[in-house]
Design a protein around this ligand. Sequence first.
Ligand code: URA
Length: 247
Amino acid sequence: MRPDGAEHLLVRDGNMVRLNKFLADCGVGSRRECDRLIADGAVQVNGKRVQPGTLVEDSDKVTVNGKRIALQRKYYIMLHKPKGYVTTVKDDLGRKTVLDLIDIPARIYPVGRLDYDTEGLLLLTNDGDLANRLTHPRNEINKTYVARISGMLTEAERITMEKGVTIDGVKTAPARVRILQQDKHHTRCEVTIHEGRNHQVKKMFEAVGKEVEFLKRVAVGDLRLGGLARGGYRYLSDDEVEYLKNL
Ligand code: URA
């Protein structure tokens, strides 16, 4: 900590870094969550409670609720989520979580959500800054899904969905809806949205009277699921991580 008490004035000072960033880098949570922990008095630096904006350096002893926190390697993982898994870290109903599919020596968490019965591309990381970037509505990150719906989607319905439909009283932002294949009984569509509202794709179809039978996320930005096996995961390359950081 700075002995002159000027922690709040600087974001970085040589090897010093703001406490909320240090905690986020250590995988404690997003910067905002870390600010809350600091404000709640859960964080101590060298045995003392501190103010938000405090600067720390590597040699400082930082604890959260009495547990020592240290810088951690960053993990960036792409999982092909199967149906039947929740995208939370723990489930009150005892259902399997996506973390049951991953074996790495760090506490990572899912970036955004996929429904229990949705499959496809799910990113997981312990990089709170990147997770926030990718999920913040302001950044309008495209997410692309393949959906199979019952019945035929008409051109008028497709255009309505693209222009925006009202779900839960709020109009959706413009989207892209392409019909990939259809017959009398089913339509397979590709849907790209940049919002992340709850059950958004299903509700967009519901708004034009269609029911989603199958839903899979195939891309986040230009990052595609590709041939990754269902239930499998892989580490992102440095280039892929860099791409996501600049999205
Ligand atoms: N839209 C949905 O309806 N469900 C998902 O899991 C993701 C997007």
